[in-house]
Design a protein around this ligand. Sequence first.
Ligand code: PRP
Length: 212
Amino acid sequence: MDDILKVAMPKGRIYKQAAKLFRDAGLPISEDFEDSRRLIIPVPAARMEFILAKPVDVPTYVEYGVADIGVVGKDVLLEDHRNVYELLDLGIARCRMSVIGLPDWKPVLNPRVATKYPNVASQYFREQGQQVEVIKLNGSIELAPLIGLADRIVDMVETGQTLYENGLVEQEEIFQITSRLIANRVSYRMKNEAIQHLCDQLQKVIPELKFV
Ligand code: PRP
């Protein structure tokens, strides 16, 4: 193993928040690459390399050890149980996973529920004792109840703007979500000093969790 820490970062809107947190923790992360299309970003001054992955793929890169650590939403970890260590709640990218529907929604027998998170949704409704048919979609989940594909959806709510603009309402909150720092099990042992040092630095600047 080389001594460069390979970090799988979520590409897209979470990247800037994660990079800022690392910067606040004292790591020399340049802002130069924030709007670029580069997928591998060297951070030599911190003995790191960022791998910019699709958020849902971050745990895969970490589990297979091509990234030592990664930043990923708790939603992804709950949906796709990967064999990785969860080290820290980073307190960024806060949102919630909820059951959503039209305001005039009424319970029906064996309703259809559309979601990007079929495992989470199935488990939730099973625990509620409700039989549902889960339909997996990959995005624009809010469309499903609007055009009659599903009775309800399970999706992320951050500002609530998407729901508002599409006339949907949040009916039940399933859980709160934040980004987590995860580690490959072997890397955690082999690069423990570097990973532990990073955790210590991050812990000093993690925003306080204030869920209401
Ligand atoms: C996510 C999520 C909601 C929206 C919530 O979608 O699935 O649609 O953001 O954010 P808001 O409460 O601030 O409006 P994303 O933008 O990731 O796109 P997607 O439709 O491809 O899932």
